[in-house]
Design a protein around this ligand. Sequence first.
Ligand SMILES: Cc1cc2nc3c(=O)[nH]c(=O)nc-3n(C[C@H](O)[C@H](O)[C@H](O)COP(=O)(O)OP(=O)(O)OC[C@H]3O[C@@H](n4cnc5c(N)ncnc54)[C@H](O)[C@@H]3O)c2cc1C
Length: 293
Amino acid sequence: MKSYPADYELSTPRSLDGALKLLHDEPGRWTPIAGGTEIMVLYGAGKLTTRKFVSIAVTELREISEDSESISIGGGCSFTQIRRHAGIQKHFPMLAQCASWTGGIANQNRGTIGGNLANASPAADSPPALFAYGAELELISARGKRRIPYEQFHLGYKKTALAPDELIETVHLPKRFDDSLRYVRKVGTRNAQAISKICVAATARIHHGRFDEIRIGMGSVAPTPLRLSATEKVLLGSDLNDAAIFEARRALTSETAPIDDIRSTAAYRTLVAGNLLEEMLRTFAAASTGAAT
Ligand SMILES: Cc1cc2nc3c(=O)[nH]c(=O)nc-3n(C[C@H](O)[C@H](O)[C@H](O)COP(=O)(O)OP(=O)(O)OC[C@H]3O[C@@H](n4cnc5c(N)ncnc54)[C@H](O)[C@@H]3O)c2cc1C
């Protein structure tokens, strides 16, 4: 155990079990630290509310495994690992793209996917792709493991399904989107080194001009990263025409609640979210009929 100024403590267990034991024995007293790219910003700003940290930079959380059905990403994998992984580039290119948008290179080397999700910023870049790809999260504690759809993870602003003694162990991605249409955009002051004003990722299947499946994830439009379930419902089974696009834009506006903040205004976000949705739907329509986009 090392001592830091102002009574900060950092425990550095060598194994995942060691970290889980500490979290379990004194629930809520220890804060996990992975890459530290969120925590060190708070430290620098004097905004840390806790003083005891347990490092979870352990090998068990830093592996990406792949089989014929899925790819499983350890919660401690960095964005550099993710964007460079051949299987992710091939089967989940939007996630590789979002990883390459997550800050600059130094940030991608340290920042982890587990930290991105647990930090629960509505503007985070990886959530939209995880909604679009139907991700599931495996949560682990000394009590055992549980697996939940990513949709059930965010409970409110900065509130997640994680218990105080739990960690995000794995992000599971099913390999069933290779033939889907896809769309991904980040709107920010710059692509990297800037938090999104709006980010969106979607997958879709269209049969005879109608949506068989559509999954849309969006960031910076609500207190949590959001799957646009109401908008998807309007689109499912409907003809992909101007009327459907109009109704989808309307559904999007009612299920989102963007805010004014330092990066943008609610009105701008609402307009851009609708424009991106429309661009996405017209791109899908053109791709499904073989027209140039
Ligand atoms: C300069 C800069 C630019 C950035 N740009 C972007 C950007 O463009 N897009 C973007 O989305 N983010 C951006 N970020 C935010 C940040 O880098 C990411 O959110 C990153 O993924 C956080 O991961 P971490 O491992 O560093 O988290 P940490 O700081 O280690 O932890 C963050 C929180 O998550 C918890 N935690 C970490 N890992 C786990 C786990 N496995 N299980 C449970 N809880 C866990 C911690 O307890 C803490 O509460 C930026 C940050 C900086 C400093």
